[in-house]
Design a binder for this molecule. Structure first.
Ligand code: IVH
Length: 635
């Protein structure tokens, strides 16, 4: 390792080394989680060099995260970079100006200056750090039994929503803390967000309404909505989101509020910036929570109270245990002094408040081994590499596979067969490789060579310009055919009972099914030769196929597997064309007539392949006659 930190850094915990390695860092690995003091021994030149590199690296990851919605490193690795920067800047204040501690401005929105700067939180990872936090307060405030509010740290995107005389006027992202993106139109689509604060409480009492208030909160996506959208993404052949936070961040930065409204963003409030009111600010964090609910706004759930260090630690641990049952993502607890009059006495640093601290829960993480790397062939021919792992229990379930995204990703992170790897669960759901234990790699290990042929049909693989994906270009590749038929027969499409992956595999292997239309050409006498208890199941399957001829048109269109056309766009197309014949005949689409231009383009591209146009015509000839859209909403 070519490190300006010298050999003592070789002792740095391997997890951190691995985390930085997965970030593709070509600069020395020296981030330390939970150890802040060693950097002070650096000479000025190397410290300055490291600070500059850290700033550039953090800015690069901000860009990947906020602007491209394609993060390369885990949160823990990102936090480690930021933490190292803070420590180095504290030790070398001469280099600390113009620090880049995150900036989410995307350049696609007007920017707006916060009335009061949006600060971040210092982070803690251990019981000892929490006790130090409490001890410092006790000493500084000369106060025993300090009361804390312990809140879940919602894992989404920070937002500041301004109400003037009770009316929502603006919603702005954190940006660089001083100035953020004005995303008001997008935030207005959030159904649980009141545009008008409730002036009278349910019991008839009056709620004080400030002249101006900047409410601070978090926009997030629930696990249920994350699952729904990712299922849709997969159906449309698009990459799933890796974490609910990426989905929230990506959605909030869409420039079309109608698209934002199709995804169910949620919001909660936990603080304030400016507060201009004759009655003054809330006297405590508890009072703020009460007021937020009284105004009819969504407040935090699962808040705890604690007095003194022992109770504080117990409350944080309890939250850590409970959070696996929450329906929304959290990555820690936020500990806040309850009494607002104490906040000022503690002051704030340039980046964070001193009266609050985040306690970060470690993500579920295990070490295992890559047995092999296989390729999964998608229905459009995209070849997705998958790490086949030594099975291991992670966050309550056994994991034996993890997606490796694409060829570039494997090369960038240098993942190899037989590597010992660290596995994390993103958003508590999807297992992801978070690092390679490169120190455990045998000397004989070789970089992974991406196959040059499709594993199924041996067609040379193709990479399209501008796309990270590698494809098998053979439209008749049996694996692609199987995926297309499985998709067509799935519940979200024409729903053919009895046509699961095992049956599809048999039909394709026999050569009876080469495309979707062939399903309607299947002959009873052929199916009877498949063996097993065939009489009954053959008749059931044929009846289910027959029934599928009359499903709703949008289900059929969804089943055709047109790239980027999922259920929502299929509904638009069904409403527009009304029949398969009309769809098969289409030569041009007027994008203004009820369907968006992306869907129109996808349809034309799909039909420009004569095999697809022929298949749709064949379906019509074979008696497929989906039900016309009813006048009522197809939902
Ligand atoms: S308080 C001075 N409370 O965590 C207080 N933040 O830097 C500032 N977050 O992105 C924040 N849940 O948006 C606070 N209950 C909570 C929170 C919370 C999530 C986010 C916040 C920011 C990060 C802290």
């Amino acid at each position: 390792m070519n490190s300006p930190y010298g050999t003592r850094w070789l002792a740095v915990c391997i997890v951190v080394a691995a985390l930085a390695a997965i970030g593709g860092a070509d600069v020395p690995v020296a981030s330390v989680i939970g150890n802040a003091s060693q950097d002070t021994a650096l000479n000025d030149d190397s410290a300055h060099e490291r600070i500059l590199w850290l700033r550039a690296e953090i800015a690069r990851h901000d860009d990947l995260y906020f602007k491209k919605a394609a993060p390369e490193i885990s949160d823990a690795a990102y936090d480690a970079l930021k933490r190292e920067l803070v420590v180095l800047e504290q030790a070398h204040p001469e280099f600390a100006q113009n620090s880049v501690l995150g900036d989410d401005r995307s350049g696609r929105f007007l920017t707006y200056r916060h009335r009061v700067r949006m600060l971040g939180l210092d982070k803690s990872y251990t019981e000892a750090e929490l006790r130090t936090f409490h001890g410092r307060h006790e000493k500084q405030l000369n106060h025993a039994d300090l009361v804390y509010v312990v809140e879940p740290k919602y894992d989404g995107v920070a937002i500041s929503v301004t109400y003037e005389n009770g009316r929502l006027v603006r919603a702005v992202t954190r940006g660089n803390g001083t100035e953020g993106d004005d995303v008001t139109a997008n935030v207005r689509t959030i159904r649980s967000l009141a545009t008008e604060l409730r002036a009278t409480d349910t019991d008839g009492s009056a709620n004080p309404i400030p002249d101006i208030v900047e409410l601070r909160g978090e926009i997030y996506v629930s696990f249920a909505e994350f699952g729904r959208i990712n299922r849709d993404q997969e159906e449309q052949g698009s990459e799933p989101f890796a974490h609910p936070r990426n989905l929230a961040a990506g959605t909030l930065k869409l420039t079309n509020p109608e698209e934002v409204a199709q995804r169910k963003l949620e919001i909660v409030f936990y603080g304030w910036g400016a507060w201009e009111s004759a009655q003054g600010e809330p006297a405590s964090q508890r009072e703020l929570h009460t007021l937020i609910r009284a105004w009819g706004l969504p407040g935090l759930e699962h808040i705890k109270l604690a007095s003194g260090a022992d109770e504080l630690w117990m409350a944080v641990q309890a939250l850590g245990r409970e959070r696996s049952r929450f329906g929304f993502p959290t990555d820690g607890a936020v500990v806040k002094l309850d009494a607002a009059d104490l906040w000022e006495a503690l002051g704030a640093s340039d980046q964070s408040s001193r009266w609050a601290v985040a306690f970060k829960f470690a993500p579920a993480r295990v070490r295992t081994q890559v047995r092999s790397i296989t390729l999964q062939v998608g229905r459009t021919g995209v070849l997705t590499p998958v790490a086949e792992l030594e099975p291991v229990v992670l966050g309550g379930s056994t994991v034996s596979r993890a997606l490796l995204h694409n060829r570039e990703w494997i090369a960038q992170h240098d993942i190899r067969v037989d590597d010992a790897v660290f596995l994390e669960k993103a958003g508590e759901i999807i297992p992801q490789l978070a690092g390679v234990d490169t120190a455990a790699r045998p000397a004989t290990s070789k970089p992974y060579e991406f196959p040059s042929e499709c594993p199924e049909c041996r067609t040379p693989v193709e990479s399209l310009t501008g796309e990270a994906a590698v494809r098998c270009s053979n439209h008749s590749c049996p694996a692609q055919v199987r995926r297309r038929v499985e998709h067509f027969a799935s519940k979200a499409c024409v729903d053919i009972d009895g046509l699961g992956p095992a049956m599809v595999e048999k039909l394709v292997a026999k050569g009876w099914v080469k495309d979707i239309a062939d399903l309607y050409r299947l002959r009873r006498e052929d199916l009877l030769t498949l063996g097993g208890n065939v009489d009954k199941s053959t008749d059931r399957l044929l009846a289910a196929i027959e029934r599928s001829k009359r499903v709703e048109l949008w289900r059929f269109i969804n089943g055709l597997g047109i790239p980027r056309v999922g259920a929502a766009k299929a509904k638009q197309l069904a409403a527009k064309f009304g029949s398969l014949e009309a769809l098969a005949a289409v030569r041009a689409v007027d994008p203004t007539a009820g369907i968006d231009s992306a869907a129109a383009e996808s349809v034309l591209e799909f039909l420009s392949d004569p095999r697809n146009r022929m298949m749709v015509k064949d379906l019509v000839r074979l008696g497929v006659e989906p039900k016309k859209q009813s006048a009522a909403s197809p939902d």
